[in-house]
Write a protein that binds this ligand. Structure first.
Ligand SMILES: [Zn+2]
Length: 149
């Protein structure tokens, strides 16, 4: 849904003629578009930058199209490719979930809390993946993320 730009972001809802507020609920200072909410918003940029650093990837956060290109280039079934795709998907899912929590339940998660949450999901999914097949494991990554293999 996110990749196809079918998420009901506020810019799209406004485009459909619905009466909704247009501001991003994560930073409350920009219009909510897909590009903004995932990689340009200060909140999500901080989360993504921290996740990249935790993967020893030292680069700046790019815009939606370039981040999608980067994730799409992670092909194959190697540990690193699968792990980066998993982290990207967990990040996008978690940002959208946080946005919905703020709108529909008023709950609020700090950027630091969200980073911890994404890492926990990734760790659990990786553990399950690793126990279900023989893969070459990136031990440096597992140690850095506290994954006991
Ligand atoms: Zn924002």
């Amino acid at each position: 849904m996110a990749i196809l730009n079918r998420l009901p972001t506020r810019d799209r809802l406004l485009g459909f003629g619905l009466e909704v507020e247009g501001d991003c609920v994560l930073c409350e200072s920009n219009s909510e578009t897909r590009g903004h909410i995932f990689f340009q918003c200060e909140y999500s940029k901080l989360v993504w930058q921290s996740l990249l650093q935790a993967c020893q990837i030292h680069r700046v956060v790019m815009d939606w199209n370039r981040e999608l290109e980067w994730a799409s280039a992670m092909r194959g079934r190697s540990f690193d490719s699968m792990t980066f795709r998993l982290i990207w998907n967990c990040f996008v899912y978690s940002i959208w979930r946080e946005r919905n929590c703020r709108i529909f339940s008023g709950a609020h998660c700090t950027g630091q809390d969200l980073i911890v949450h994404v890492k926990e999901i990734v760790k659990l999914k990786l553990l399950s993946m690793l126990h279900n097949g023989n893969r070459t494991i990136n031990m440096d990554f597992c140690i850095a993320w506290g994954i006991d293999v």
